[in-house]
Ligand binder design. Structure first.
Ligand code: MF3
Ligand code: CO
Length: 256
């Protein structure tokens, strides 16, 4: 594999990344509050369009128009793993889970984060799916320090998911982020998949573990975006944008 050239951001640039990512964090908090039985994936899409226009009219939805993607949000329900196009017909019901993924561009810099929310009461197994995938993200973030190998991020995600008896989804993963939504390097969720590089201060990475409760095998729907598990069992997805600083990892897409 050819070594990717990874851009390093200055402290000033990381400050701009912080602002963009804070908008994303606030948006996800707002959307999480709307998640209830009876609301549709499309309702969430409409809600965020209005919210962004009202509070951050100069921010741009990062996904909208990206390679032709048709919405502000990715809303992935139950068996949908990632890149779910929000639809009117997909109405949330008690016991479902919904992953909401949102990104913005704000004055040239990007924010990107995702979280899987429970809809009312969920089963013990689905709780394990959410807890394990979120734990994988937390543990992976601890690996983001100067001098560490990127491969240790993948190893950590994989191991943590296994510990929770979950199925790591290796086909998709995270990415560098900065003045573009997707930059090098690919941040793999499984060992042996991504580039072997050393982490450096100034790198900003979107880490996004995905896991299935019963399978790691996925397929793409005919809409060319929505990724589902092949046997339609549930999957979860959590994502943060994180800067590697002299003080270690700093989660930019988090409200303090
Ligand atoms: N966070 C997701 C990713 O980085 C969202 C991308 S949706 C797309 O892959 F439309 F922009 F591709
Ligand atoms: Co991302």
């Amino acid at each position: 594999m050819v070594k990717p050239s990874v851009e390093l951001l200055t402290k000033e640039e990381i400050e701009k990344m912080r602002v963009a990512n804070r908008i994303v964090a606030e948006a996800l908090e707002y959307l999480g509050g709307l998640v209830k039985p009876g609301i549709s994936a499309w309702d969430l899409e409409i809600a965020i369009r209005e919210w962004l226009q009202k509070y951050y009219p100069t921010a741009k939805a990062a996904f909208f128009g990206y390679r032709g993607y048709p919405a502000y949000l990715c809303v992935s329900v139950n068996e949908e793993v990632v890149h779910g196009i929000p639809r009117k017909e997909r109405v949330l019901k008690e016991g479902d889970i919904v992953s909401i993924d949102f990104g913005v561009e704000y004055y040239g810099y990007y924010g990107d984060s995702a979280k899987t929310f429970p809809v009312g009461e969920i089963t013990k197994d689905i709780k394990r799916l959410l807890e394990g995938t979120e734990k994988a993200l937390e543990e992976a973030i601890k690996q983001l320090y100067e001098g560490n190998q990127l491969e240790n991020v993948a190893k950590t995600i994989y191991k943590t998911l296994k510990k929770y008896r979950l199925f790591p989804i290796c086909k998709y993963g995270g990415h560098g982020i900065g003045r573009k939504l997707h930059m090098e390097p690919f941040v793999a969720n499984c060992p042996g998949v991504g580039p072997k590089i050393k982490l450096r201060e100034g790198m900003v990475l979107a880490v996004e573990p995905m896991a299935g409760l019963k399978t790691s095998k996925t397929k793409e729907l005919s809409d060319k975006w929505t990724v589902i598990t092949w046997n339609r069992t549930p999957a979860a997805h959590f994502e943060h944008t994180v800067a590697i600083t002299e003080h270690g990892p700093e989660i930019l897409s988090k409200l303090d």
